[in-house]
Design a protein around this ligand. Structure first.
Ligand code: BV8
Ligand code: ZN
Length: 241
């Protein structure tokens, strides 16, 4: 049973807060069996995510990039949300003004029932036409390689944000507004290395929010957090709700 001297304080702060924001990263899905990006299990055929999650990689070898996404879609299709995902759904239901901002593209927050969700980096279950831009949901596992647009027959790509690509401006603006007007922000299972998502925590703090980090290990943001709890998301989050 996870123990920490300040769990009750966190529960009280979350209960008293009118506006709460939660930012999640790959660590919250690790307990569902989805590999993180920078952990030991973050490799695929000796490629790093940074090598494949780029427009250049897709330009150079769309088949290889699609094979990687097909591998991830196939893996994620067998995974379920864990206690941490469900606890955040409960927190959302009883918080007046709640925003869940995720860097994850696995769709597990949506599957768990989160409504006020901002998917900063897109969603692996959506595809986008490289020509006409049509975005559709696609759950084919595997996706027939080099998938083509029904409307204009151009090549489809995953509807995710690659390194070097800018985030959807509206999603980012909504997320910034949310962190700048919340009383409590929880940052769960992210290494805090990827920008501009990594700017959200300092922005919350600058706006006066009480920031709690929950992570298995210390991160570059741990010292800045008002409270950094070292533990497994699926054990800690349910205890805070
Ligand atoms: C942009 C979608 C520019 C794809 C992803 C140098 C300095 C600063 C910035 C840059 C730089 N060089 C380049 C940049 C910009 C770059 C960037 O930040 N690079 C980093 C690597 C330095 N950013 C970008 O390119 C962004 N775009 O900046 O645009 C621009 C501006 C104007 C106009 C045009 C362009 C786009 C970034 C989005 C990239 N896409 N994903 C896909 O998934 O297929 S990012 C990818 O990393 C995932 O989304 C992932 O979620 C995300 C972040 O990683 P984490 O979630 O933190 O996961 P990670 O594995 O790192 O960590 C897991 C954590 O969980 C660990 O801390 C671990 O301890 C913890 N953990 C593990 N198990 C548990 C746990 N915690 C709790 N419980 C557990 N059980
Ligand atoms: Zn098209």
């Amino acid at each position: 049973m996870f123990r920490h001297p300040r769990l009750q304080e966190v529960r009280d702060r979350l209960t008293a807060a009118h506006a709460v924001v939660v930012l999640t990263g790959a660590g919250i899905s690790a307990d569902s069996g989805v590999p993180t990006f920078r952990g030991a299990d973050g490799l695929w055929r000796n490629f790093r995510a940074e090598d494949l999650a780029t427009p250049e990689a897709f330009e150079r070898d769309p088949r290889l990039v699609w094979e990687w996404y097909n591998w991830r879609r196939e893996l994620i299709a067998t995974k379920q949300p864990n206690e941490a995902h469900y606890a955040l759904v409960q927190l959302e239901a009883r918080t007046r003004n709640f925003h869940l901002i995720t860097q994850n593209v696995d769709g597990l927050h949506r599957l768990a029932g989160s409504q006020h969700l901002h998917e900063l980096h897109g969603n692996i279950w959506k595809v986008r036409c490289t020509s006409c831009g049509l975005v559709t949901e696609n759950r084919d596992v595997p996706l027939s390689l080099r998938p083509h647009c029904r409307a204009c027959s151009a090549l489809l790509r995953p509807h995710v944000v690659w390194f070097g690509e800018s985030l959807d401006q509206q999603t980012l603006a909504e997320s910034v507004r949310a962190v700048e007007s919340c009383e409590v922000m929880m940052v769960v299972g992210t290494s805090g290395l990827v920008y501009p998502a990594a700017m959200l925590m300092p922005s919350a703090q600058a706006a006066g929010a009480f920031v709690i980090e929950i992570n298995l290990a210390p991160t570059p943001h741990s010292s800045a957090a008002d409270l950094s709890i070292q533990g497994r998301a699926k054990e800690v989050i349910p205890l805070l709700i």
